[in-house]
Every structure is written in C-alpha cells, then in structure tokens.
Ligand binder design. Structure first.
Ligand code: ZN
Length: 603
C-alpha cells in the first residue's frame, strides 16, 4: 500500500482526536468541485499535448522542428499542472478524509496523486534531473554501436543470427555483442534508480517499484506473491518445455544435452520468446487478403465488433485517424508502430496504423480496434474522466490481444470464407509454437524482470546487479550465461524496459494471463466451443459479456471486477488448461529424459 495511504489515515485519526471531524471534513460538493475543476483543466492540457503528440507521430517532416517544439511545450504545461504543488496539497488534504468520501471520489483523488508523483513540482530539480538522465540513457541504449568481430551490426542482425544460425560460435559472438551495451548503461541505471525513488518519495511512496505497483491497489508484497503464483502455476508446463528444448537444441547443435540452457542457444536475447524454434505450416491468409484493399481490412475489423453488438465507429474516427502508409510521393513520414489513441477522454478517438491487406494487419486492426472499443465503452457519464482507463494497466492490452487472437481462429476464418472449409493444420505444433511465446514469457516477465526490478528499487547495491540478475534468470528460467558475467557487465540494462519503462513489466504478465482467462471463459461458458477453435462473430452474448467489463473503466477494483464477471481470481490455471494437450504431448516426448529443473520453482 502506498505510504500516502497510511499517512493520511494517521492524519485523519489525529483530526478525529483533536477536532470535531464533521466541521472539518469537506462536503461532497467541495470535493466534486475540486474534481470538476481539476478534470476540466486536465482535459484541456492533455488534449493539447495529445494533439501535438499525434502530429509528431503522423506527420514527420525532416528539418521541421515546429511540431516537436509544440509537443515539448504542451507536455511541459501538462506536467506543470499534474505535478503542481498546490494540486498535490489539496488532493492530500482531501484524501486525509477518505473515510468520509465516496469511493469514486477516493479513486479519482488517488489517480491525481499517482499522476503527480511522476513529476511533483515539490521537488522540481529532481524531476528535471530525472528527465535528463532518462533521455541520456535511452540515447545510449538505442544509439549503441553493436559490433561482431570489429564490424558494426544492427540489433536486427543480432536477432537474425539468434533466431536462425546453427553455428554456436556465431551465436555466442552475437549474444556477447548484444550484452556489451549494458556496461555503459550501468552508472546511468544506478542514477535513475536514485532519481526515480527520490521523485516518488516526495509523495510518500517507499520506492519507485512500490509507486508503480500502487496503481493496482496492491502492495509490493502482494504483487510479488501474485507473480510468484503465476510462475508456480505454469511451472509443470514450463518444466516440460525446458526439458524438450534442452534435448531439441542439443541435437540441433550436435552437443551434449546441457544441465541448464545456455543463453546463446536460445532464439531471443533474453530467452523470453522461443517461437523461432519451430515452424508450423499454419493458416496462410496473405494470398486471400491480397485480393482486398487496406480499407476493407479496417471495415471488416469494425464489422467484427458491430456483429458483437457494439456501436459503429464514429465518422470522426475515419476522418481523423491515420490508417494507411503514406503515399509514395508524400513529403512526410509517420511512425509505423500501430497504436490507438483517446485524445480528449471524449469522442476524439483515433488509430495510427499503416494497414496493408495482409495477415499481420488483419490481426493488428482487430487488436487496435479492441483498444478503440474499450475507449468508446467507458466514455460515458457514469465514468469520471479520471477513471476512463483500463481496469488495471494490463487490461487494455489484454482486450486488444484477445480480439486480435479471436480474429485468427480457424472456425471464424472459415465462416468468413478466408480459409477453405476443412483446412488441415498441425494442432499440436501450433499449440507448441503458441506456448513458446506465451508460456515461456511468464517466468521471464513475472519472474526475472519483476523480481530484479523490485530488488533494484529496494536498494540492491550496484556491485550486485549482475549477480542478482543471473540468479533470477537461473532460478525462474533455467537459463545460464555462456561466459563469466562479472559486475563490469550490466546484462539487465540490455533490456529496454529496465531503462525507460521501469518497474512495470509485470503488466505484460498479467495481461497475458488475463487473455487466456477471458478467452477460456468466453469459449467454455458462453460459446460452448473448443477454446482452440472458436468463432466469436455475430455473438451478442459475447459482446454483452465484454461490454459489461469494458464500460466500467477503472471505476471498480479490478480484482472485484474479475470475481464478479469471471467468478474467479486472476490465475494462470486457464493457461494451463488451454495448453493441457501440449503438456501431455511433451510428457511423451520427454519420456526417459532427465528433468533438471526442480518439481517446483526454487524461488
Ligand atoms: Zn495494444
């Protein structure tokens, strides 16, 4: 629990003891007026900042700095407002009376304080130093000159070697090269830890990790227990995959089967995604979709949602979005990374994509519209602007991913006429490939990353960074470094998020787990279909179920929401059920092999 909470309870106890509370407590009208004024200003400033950000992402003109200047100005004005000393003091004073306030008021005030802690004007010099240090760190990370045998290579070159080379010498050189970047980031990371902690301590949080976790309404201990439960729940399957991979890769490289997996044997720099280990002849949509236009793809994605009972997209969505690649003769460039935007917390909803008629954009368009429909669902009078967000940080992504996944299910594609009826796919190999993505990711995200960052912000000494990192990699992932990794390295810092998206990597784990929980619920309880082959299209009952979650935004505690809508706690059990046929298959494959991971995780 954030320290602000215990402090304010303490403060209100003091007030109770010394004064008559009713006279002192703010009236409902006073609190509402404060929230209304805050919200009005927030919408104005964040709309200006989002519009500038939008232009900076959709119309990149070389040599034209005017958009960037506008962007910097608008974001500085927004930060000055959300972090203002006056706002912080008023919010804390009101929260001191949390017991007399309405739950929705408390939730909004907490969001104000959470936002303020990112850039509190109570410690302006600290905030400024942090922003400078963050951008220096990011520049060092992305500007790093990776080298193999003295020759510069790109990060993509490194990844290509790790996903495809069978030459262990070449793999080791690529892996080593990828970790060199950490050396130069270590001091910067240590400085950022101090600055981030200092910034949030100004608002009473114990450290930056505690601050980030508080957005879930949880303590660090609760989040740690939750992430460890995820790892434990999936361990039986992870252990099978680990055993299978040790043998599979040893055969592939012509080596003895190792005790634990050498990091450079795996197709990803952090061992977080092993999908490149298998190739599956799956569904190929590209040739069918090539017969259509990019616009058709977006309209089809919209029709998927309207078939579930959601409203059509507002005309302004099509007018204002940037949905397609710029024409070849365009005098501007745009960001190619797909995203969904809610610019004014109201009706101005847009998506940035570069849709082309192919399989990737088919799934991506359905995914991005998932975010768009989430925005549309909670944009209603009953949901205050400050609570127009996902039920927690992981929810928004889970909803996008769920509907992107639904758009790729064979039964749906057959019904759409995009895949020939009765098309054969290798189901076990498809399931294996899916597990090498989603199951493999959990010990890394919920285990290694979340535990390392927790320790980092709790004061892990700088000369223990690398040892602690590898201890977690070994315990959670069963992976070991190929060479001696002394403290001159800082292998954790080779991961982007450790530098510039700090202390929230468990978001991805929660999100992944939620996807399967929601999908299994829909398949089994609503559709009564095989979760591996569903068709959501046209099912108003599925739409109603989703809408009943989406329309609440962040007005309810996400754990209560799950209990109410799914009838269960968040749990990786749904994933384990989904992958049960794979677990059986792997047990057969692994028969007679030695398992080197313990029966339950050692952490
Ligand atoms: Zn997304």
């Amino acid at each position: 629990m954030p320290r602000t909470l215990s402090l304010s309870i303490f403060a209100s106890v003091l007030v109770l003891a010394c004064q008559a509370p009713p006279a002192d407590a703010p009236s409902k009208l006073q609190v509402d007026t404060f929230l209304d004024d805050y919200t009005e200003k927030l919408v104005e400033l964040s709309y200006a900042a989002d519009l500038a950000d939008w232009d900076a992402n959709t119309r990149i003109v070389e040599g034209d700095d005017s958009i960037v200047e506008r962007q910097n100005e608008a974001n500085a004005a927004l930060a000055a407002f959300t972090g203002s000393q006056d706002g912080i003091e008023k919010t804390r004073a009101l929260l001191a009376h949390r017991d007399t306030l309405e739950p929705l008021q408390v939730r909004q005030l907490e969001k104000i304080l959470y936002r303020a802690a990112n850039n509190p004007q109570t410690v302006p010099e600290l905030v400024e130093r942090r922003i400078v240090a963050e951008s220096a760190q990011v520049q060092k990370l992305f500007g790093f000159d990776f080298q193999i045998d003295g020759k510069s290579v790109s990060a993509n070159d490194v990844d290509r070697i790790l996903t495809s080379s069978r030459d262990l010498g070449e793999r080791l050189a690529a892996w080593d090269a990828s970790k060199e970047v950490g050396k130069g980031l270590k001091d910067g990371l240590a400085e950022l830890v101090e600055l981030r902690n200092g910034t949030v301590r100004a608002l009473g949080y114990g450290d930056y990790f505690e601050y980030q976790v508080s957005d879930y309404g949880m303590t660090v201990e609760e989040m740690t227990a939750l992430t460890e439960r995820f790892v434990r729940e999936l361990w039986p399957l992870y252990r099978e995959l680990h055993t299978w991979a040790r043998h599979e890769l040893a055969a592939r490289y012509g080596e003895e089967v190792p005790e634990l997996l050498p990091a450079h044997w795996l197709p990803n720099r952090w061992g977080q995604d092993w999908t490149a280990l298998v190739t599956v002849e799956g569904i190929d949509l590209d040739s069918r979709l090539a017969e259509h236009t990019a616009d058709w793809i977006v309209r089809e994605a919209e029709s998927f949602y309207t078939s579930l009972g959601f409203d059509p997209l507002p005309p302004s969505f099509y007018e204002r979005s940037s949905l397609y690649p710029p024409p070849p003769d365009a005098e501007y460039k745009k960001n190619n990374h797909a995203s969904a935007w809610h610019l004014d917390y109201g009706q101005d909803i847009r998506s940035l994509m570069s849709v082309e008629p192919d399989e990737r954009w088919w799934a991506t368009a359905h995914h991005e519209l998932g975010h768009i429909y989430y925005y549309m669902s909670y944009t209603r009078d009953e949901v205050p602007v400050l609570l127009r967000r996902g039920a927690n940080r992981g929810f928004h992504e889970a909803v996008g991913t769920l509907l992107g996944m639904a758009s790729m299910q064979k039964a749906f594609l057959e019904a759409k006429g995009l895949v020939a009826e009765g098309t054969k796919t290798d189901e076990i190999q498809s399931l294996l490939k899916e597990a090498l993505d989603s199951i493999i990711f959990i010990p890394f995200s919920a285990g290694t990353m979340s535990h390392f960052e927790r320790d980092l912000y709790a004061g892990l000494p700088k000369d223990e960074y690398n040892a602690r990192w590898w201890q977690y990699v070994r315990d959670f992932q069963g992976i070991v470094p190929p060479t001696e990794r002394g403290e001159e390295y800082c292998d954790a810092a080779s991961k982007t998020h450790v530098n510039d998206d700090a202390a929230q990597y468990y978001d991805y784990a929660l999100s992944q787990i939620l996807v399967y929980q929601l999908h299994n619920h829909i398949a089994e309880k609503i559709l009564h279909q095989d979760p591996h082959n569903t068709n959501y299209f046209g099912r108003k009952d599925v739409g109603q179920f989703l809408a009943s979650i989406l329309e609440q935004g962040a007005t309810a505690d996400w754990r209560e929401l799950m209990r109410e809508k799914l009838g269960e706690e968040i749990s990786a059990a749904a994933m384990l059920t989904y992958f049960a046929p794979l677990t059986e298959y792997l047990k057969e494959q692994n028969e007679g092999r030695t398992y080197t991971l313990p029966e339950s995780p050692g952490v």
